[in-house]
Write a protein that binds this ligand. Structure first.
Ligand code: 5RP
Length: 227
């Protein structure tokens, strides 16, 4: 296992140990969350813990199914005891960029439903200011492509439709929409940019998570810190 994966696993185990029997658990998406799912499954098997998961993607659903974790449909969910997810960037106020895996629409619904939204990450995800390493992922209706592209450019962003890696053409989300990315040279005020993006018709969701995370568990080379 790579040293980055070891750190991701440490953060994930700590979060999985915060889950209590009987909890309704929001399950994010990504390589760090995969370790979280594995440790949840381990606790279910070894401790007889009972939980119900609510998944944010096909990716996480398939891994939960492999581990026989009981799942409830997101559309039937109006409350979660806890949700655990990874992030691409975490700023000092716990604002996030998410959506490298194109799951940010369902991830934001789950984060908003959760009484406690916990981020798990290795230290490479900590940034002084959002937008340093990642573009802001977007999920949009195909018919809004022209509008969204021109509004992003007016806001000073560089807009690209995300391309599939082992498929020709654009990435289509689990909900059947287009995925694009908006790279901003400098995000000085994440909340203001988030509001402006929220107001673009046909832009279903963007990957800035402002004021949603209650805690971040970040594994560093010699310690695990809770922010
Ligand atoms: C998927 C996400 C992921 O949570 C984020 O990209 C972090 O992934 P990883 O744990 O693999 O670094 O937002 O849409």
């Amino acid at each position: 296992m790579s040293s980055a994966d070891k750190l991701k696993q440490q953060a994930a185990i700590k979060a999985a140990n915060m889950v209590k029997s009987g909890d309704l658990v929001g399950i994010g998406t990504g390589s760090t969350v995969n370790f979280f799912i594995e440790h949840l499954a381990h606790r279910i098997k070894t401790e007889g813990m009972h939980i119900t998961g609510v998944s944010t993607s096909w990716s996480s659903t398939l891994i939960c199914q492999k581990h026989n974790i009981l799942l409830q449909d997101l559309g039937q969910t109006s409350f979660l005891d806890i949700a655990v997810d990874g992030a691409d960037e975490i700023d000092p106020q716990l604002n996030l960029i998410k959506g490298r895996g194109a799951a940010h629409l369902m991830e934001k619904i789950v984060a908003t439903l959760a009484q406690k939204f916990v981020i798990i990450a290795d230290e490479s995800k900590l940034v002084p200011q959002l937008g340093q390493n990642f573009a802001v992922p977007l999920e949009l209706l195909p018919c809004a492509l022209g509008l969204v592209e021109s509004r992003i450019q007016k806001l000073g962003g560089d807009f690209t439709v995300r391309q599939g890696l082992r498929k020709d053409g654009p990435v289509i989300s689990d909900s059947g929409n287009l995925i694009a990315d908006a790279k901003f040279p400098n995000i000085e005020n994440p909340a203001t940019l988030s509001d402006k993006l929220q107001n673009i018709p046909g832009l279903l969701e963007h990957g800035m998570f402002i004021g949603l995370a209650h805690k971040a568990i970040v594994a560093k080379k010699d310690s695990i810190v809770e922010l």
